[in-house]
Design a protein around this ligand. Structure first.
Ligand SMILES: O=C(O)[C@@H](O)C(=O)CO
Ligand SMILES: [Mg+2]
Length: 267
């Protein structure tokens, strides 16, 4: 059975954010992930992790903004990352530095940098050049403090115009940059919506060692993984058989209470 991490941005939303750590630990989770830590001081989050015996395994770099205040507000303002945005390199770097500062306090081994929404009329080649240059810099900077950088293909239905949408596109970027600490965050929910053939994609990409984190949810509702068109018991076997030793983030919106919906894990 894979090792599951609770995603505290989507799970336990019936509770205030800081109370979600205790709830996840009570339900047996040993690891958590969430989108953004920036609304809280890093020390306060580290204390919540320690108090409940939890490991932080993933969070996102700020999706935009140049000041700490703007970074915390960027998501609500519609920003979805700056990786592909020419002219936003300063903002990208400030965001990665801030994420790495949190990663060190939270002892989190990886951060996700969001690739951003494609500006109208942007040329494919120019976008890729910007992405590659930013990834080279981010991977080098994160390597200096022992942190991995992840990129995640996200489906274009939930996030229209998002730059990075397929596993092949992500792995091509990772191969081109060729930094050991640059990897793909493989969200099976997005993968099914954009591409399908999920088990084959797992068999193709897990053995490369370039998948740094997996996330799951039922498709298309994004509820528990026991509902929808993906048969997760089979996919968990595939993941285990391939010897994947990383974390699997439960990035889903519980149908009817988080704890009440965890029966799929016991089964
Ligand atoms: O899949 C997702 O939505 C997340 O993993 C994320 O980082 C951005 O929304
Ligand atoms: Mg995801």
């Amino acid at each position: 059975m894979p090792r599951f991490a609770a995603n505290l941005s989507l799970m336990y939303t019936e509770l205030p954010f800081l109370a979600r750590f205790a709830a996840a630990a009570r339900d047996g989770f040993r690891a958590v992930e969430y989108l953004f830590p920036y609304a809280y001081p890093a020390q306060e989050l580290a204390q919540a992790l320690n108090q409940h015996g939890l490991q932080q395994v993933l969070f996102n770099a700020p999706p935009g903004g140049r000041t700490v205040q703007d970074m915390a507000r960027a998501w609500d303002g519609g920003m979805r990352g700056t990786l592909c945005l020419a002219g936003e390199e300063d903002s990208f770097r400030l965001g990665v530095w801030e994420a790495l500062r949190y990663a060190q306090v939270l002892q989190c081994p990886r951060i996700h940098v969001m690739s951003g929404l494609v500006p109208p009329g942007a040329a494919t080649q120019a976008l890729r050049s910007t992405v590659l240059a930013n990834l080279r810099w981010a991977a080098q900077t994160a390597a200096d403090v022992g942190v991995e950088v992840l990129i995640e293909p996200i489906n274009g239905r939930d996030m229209p115009g998002y730059y990075l949408q397929t596993q092949d596109q992500a792995h091509s970027l990772v191969q081109t940059v060729a930094a050991l600490n640059l990897k793909v965050q493989m969200d099976l929910y997005h993968c099914q919506i954009m591409e399908g053939d999920v088990a084959t994609k797992l068999r193709k990409y897990l053995p490369t060692g370039r998948v740094g984190h997996i996330q799951i949810a039922g498709v298309p509702e994004r509820h528990e993984p026991d509902m929808g068109e993906l048969h997760y018991p089979y996919l968990f076997d595939v993941i285990d058989t391939l010897g994947y030793a990383g974390w699997v983030g439960c990035e889903y919106r519980p149908r009817n209470g988080t704890s009440q919906g965890l029966g799929w894990m016991a089964r």
